[in-house]
Ligand binder design. Structure first.
Ligand SMILES: *[C@@H]1O[C@H](CO)[C@@H](O)[C@H](O)[C@H]1NC(C)=O
Ligand SMILES: *[C@@H]1O[C@H](CO)[C@@H](O)[C@H](O)[C@H]1NC(C)=O
Ligand SMILES: *[C@@H]1O[C@H](CO)[C@@H](O)[C@H](O)[C@H]1NC(C)=O
Ligand SMILES: *[C@@H]1O[C@H](CO)[C@@H](O)[C@H](O)[C@H]1NC(C)=O
Ligand SMILES: *[C@@H]1O[C@H](CO)[C@@H](O)[C@H](O)[C@H]1NC(C)=O
Length: 543
């Protein structure tokens, strides 16, 4: 009787306190982060590897799993990983960006604990601090469907993670000094496919089989066009949303974006094919390629590299973007169809316009801005400063909802947002380069994008039915992109330029999503502070 009571109590405790169900097993990972040397273009570079791999290891999970990633930092400086596109529901505490987490000190380890709740899809992780991403440290994330929710296409023969990225030979610490001095990055030295320079990586396909390629652009700043000679790609998923299945000859993948395509090995097995990633919207030509072989052959492709769209053809890219649609009829992480959420019928409670720019600030150093404010970190992460009620750690009125005329400044702005509001964010690009914006904690509907300046009349052009629901979106030169999102994930969330140069120099901000009573938060809305979190700055002495 007593035992039964205890068991019942334990069951109750586990389910209700942690909010995890018995069918959501825990997965444990031990990751050792260290330096190694790679020289893809003949120049030795100090890189960051995880368990001696770059890119990888794969973080492979299933919807609702609880992941425990124990990260051992064997670098000579602080380190954090962030989980690009993983929604971290109710759990910005483990998001791994400098505004939410204290860095893992050199020589120490710390364990991320996160549930991949109500999510499926293809994503990646990367080092979020101090331009370390330029040294690698990235790898793929898969969140697989639960068995009870079949994927909306025939089971592929295999899944293949493909990480594409621009690459600089320069040491990452020198790059960051260079940026600190106010100099721009030069053009990259090459494009890597899964860490390999042109011609050095090979994918082997079984003749007749269909593969799911999960492609992410994990680069520093270069948009890439991805294509496979002689093969069409059938787009099926973007950042956790199933798409209407359509065939593409090539796909533009901007920094931070992830796409799943199906590719069938239906061509002649006698020859080899180019798998190409080429620079887009740059003033130089640059490409990487791998080999696609059938049946274990070791041939190399011959002849010229297949051409993609013209390097600066924005119309092509914009048209492709608007052709990508959310599949309303299929389920993803939940059995009900994606389209059962009718976002087009919800009233927009608030509009926030975020305009990117660059300016010389202070002692004339080049910085990147949002609404003429360049983000500057303080020692205490915003999330912890908030929890410990440390005054002056950030400013919630510094960046108003629309850009105002003001001299560019440095600051630590936070956008205060109301839990459960449905809001619109306009990314207004007044520069002549392509931007890529990422939002942590959320997927959003990409309702519209057009050239020129946004105004509210342009809402009539929005796709209010089947816009893609994703977490990273491009904004074309002198254009705008409008996103819609339901603020259903409480916490403090990073909104960042996914361009590492811009982010390093201040082009990011945080959004604090809070309910009416921030002093009494139900664990159903947000996970409580955990004593196992790292402390630093002023949070360290307050504890
Ligand atoms: C990933 O996890 C799924 C579900 O447990 C499993 O079926 C699959 O084999 C795993 N894939 C890899 C590459 O580990
Ligand atoms: C560090 O790693 C050890 C050994 O795996 C583990 O027992 C400990 O919990 C880890 N510490 C943290 C803070 O995660
Ligand atoms: C791109 O589209 C615009 C209209 O949006 C048109 O004026 C322009 O001529 C097009 N450019 C090219 C190169 O096709
Ligand atoms: C926040 O920024 C506003 C606008 O620049 C300024 O008036 C205010 O004094 C700042 N508040 C704090 C606490 O720094
Ligand atoms: C922002 O600062 C720039 C100078 O870098 C100035 O030209 C521009 O008018 C300012 N923009 C706004 C919206 O205040």
């Amino acid at each position: 009787m007593a035992t039964k009571f205890v068991l019942l109590f334990l069951f109750f405790f586990c389910c209700c306190f942690h909010g995890y169900l018995a069918e959501d097993p825990d997965l444990y990972f031990n990751w050792r982060v260290s330096y190694s040397t790679r020289s893809p273009f003949g120049v030795d570079k100090k890189v960051i590897v995880i368990n001696d791999q770059l890119p990888r290891p794969l973080l492979n999970a299933t919807t609702n799993n609880v992941l425990h990633v124990n990260v051992f930092n064997n670098l000579d400086e602080p380190f954090l990983l962030t989980w690009n596109g993983v929604q971290m529901r109710k759990n910005s505490w483990n998001d791994g960006v400098r505004g939410t987490n204290c860095p893992i000190p050199a020589g120490k380890n710390w364990t991320y604990v996160m549930q991949v709740k109500d999510q499926i899809g293809s994503f990646f992780y990367f080092p979020s601090l101090a331009f370390q991403m330029a040294a690698g440290g990235y790898g793929p994330i898969r969140i697989n469907n639960r068995i009870i929710i079949p994927i909306p296409f025939s089971l592929p023969y295999d899944d293949v993670d493909i990480l594409i990225a621009d690459w600089y030979n320069m040491d990452y610490k020198r790059m960051r000094n260079w940026l600190d001095l106010g100099f721009p990055l030069s053009r990259p030295d090459g494009i890597l496919i899964n860490g390999s320079p042109p011609g050095k990586a090979t994918f082997n396909f079984k003749p007749g089989a269909t593969y799911r390629l999960r492609i992410s652009n994990v680069g520093i700043k270069t948009s890439l066009n991805f294509r496979i000679q002689g093969h069409k790609m059938r787009l099926v998923e973007i950042e956790g949303s199933y798409t209407i299945k359509q065939y593409y000859d090539s796909l533009d993948i901007h920094v931070g974006q992830s796409y799943s395509v199906l590719v069938t090995a239906d061509q002649s097995p006698a020859v080899s094919y180019y798998v190409v990633a080429s620079a887009r919207f740059t003033d130089f030509d640059l490409y990487g390629y791998a080999n696609l072989n059938y049946g274990g052959s070791s041939k190399s492709p011959s002849g010229p590299i297949p051409q993609g769209p013209p390097r600066d053809d924005i119309n092509f890219s914009m048209e492709q973007a608007s052709s990508i649609r959310w599949d309303l009829k299929v389920g993803a992480a939940r059995p009900n169809p994606q389209g059962s959420y009718h976002y087009g019928q919800i009233k927009i409670a608030r509009t926030i316009v975020l305009q990117n720019d660059q300016a010389a600030i202070g002692n004339k150093k080049r910085r990147f801005t949002i609404n003429n404010v360049s983000f500057k970190y303080k020692k205490t992460p915003l999330k912890l400063a908030d929890y410990f009620k440390i005054p002056g750690a950030f400013n919630t009125t510094l960046v108003p909802d629309v850009p105002v005329d003001r001299v560019p400044i440095l600051g630590t702005p936070v956008i205060d947002a109301h839990y459960k509001d449905f809001i619109e964010i306009i990314f207004q690009n007044i520069e002549s380069s392509v931007q890529s914006w990422h939002l942590d904690g959320y997927n959003f509907f990409v309702a519209g994008m057009e050239k020129g300046k946004w105004n509210s009349n342009l809402r009539s052009t929005y796709n209010m039915v089947d816009a893609i629901f994703r977490s990273t979106v491009q904004v074309y030169p002198n254009s705008w992109t409008a996103i819609l999102l339901a603020l259903d994930n409480m916490g403090t969330w990073n909104i960042r330029s996914q361009d590492s140069e811009r982010r390093y120099l201040g082009q990011e901000i945080y959004m604090r999503v809070e309910g009416d009573d921030p002093d009494h938060i139900s664990p159903r809305d947000e996970m409580p502070f955990s004593p196992s979190l790292l402390l630093c700055g002023k949070s360290n002495i307050s504890s």
